[in-house]
Design a protein around this ligand. Structure first.
Ligand code: 5GP
Ligand code: MG
Length: 185
């Protein structure tokens, strides 16, 4: 029997535990703080990166910097597991962008289209410098013609559909404190 997102009986195979994530995000926050310093505007790509961004910001606080944050909601068409070919702006940022040093924060880098779209959009609006930070990098899944690599990566992710820690499967599973793959139980 096929599993569906609302299935209470599905089990999750853990890929990155709560402890793994906490440790890695803390290191990443320190690294970013050391390299990019103050006067940094984080732009979290909704919805998937809201949990990651919240933890990352607090690790940056512990590293002694004071980042600001704004949000941009982008959608790849549909709610399925395939990365779609067009990216749409659902909700734009509201903070001033011109002349700012920005770090885009997203959950997963796959084809690169989402990050490419966000970065172009921010440069068009006059950003000074736009860096990219992703929690998970699906290495080897970039499409031709999209020259995007992240400046900061949490973990290299296997080519599987993952959920948890903000990441959904058709609107479910974002609340999980770890990252894993849904399996039939
Ligand atoms: P890209 O535009 O780089 O192809 O895709 C990146 C976006 O696709 C991510 O921001 C994320 O929303 C979605 N995505 C890619 N792989 C996964 C996955 O394994 N699980 C979930 N939940 N979303 C994914
Ligand atoms: Mg996304």
């Amino acid at each position: 029997m096929a599993i569906n997102p609302a299935d209470d009986n599905a089990s999750i195979r853990v890929l990155f535990s709560e402890e793994d994530i906490a440790e890695r995000v803390d290191t990443l926050g320190q690294e970013i703080a050391g390299l990019l310093g103050n006067d940094l505007l984080l732009i979290a790509i909704l919805k998937g990166s809201f949990v990651f961004t919240a933890d990352l910001m607090r690790s940056m606080h512990r590293a002694g910097i004071r980042p600001q944050v704004d949000f941009m909601q982008l959608s790849s068409y549909g709610t399925g597991t395939e990365s779609s070919k067009t990216v749409e702006m659902v909700r734009d940022t509201t903070d001033p962008i011109e002349g700012r040093n920005i770090l885009i924060v997203d959950d997963i880098l796959e084809s690169g289209r989402t990050m490419d779209f966000a970065r172009e959009h921010l440069y068009k609006r006059g950003a000074n410098k736009v860096g990219l930070c992703v929690l998970l990098d699906k290495v080897g899944k970039r499409v031709e013609g999209v020259g995007v690599e992240a400046d900061f990566v949490g973990f290299v992710c296997p080519d599987e559909f993952v959920v948890g820690y903000g990441l959904d499967w058709a609107h479910y599973y974002r609340e999980l404190p770890f990252i894993g793959v849904v399996e039939e139980s």
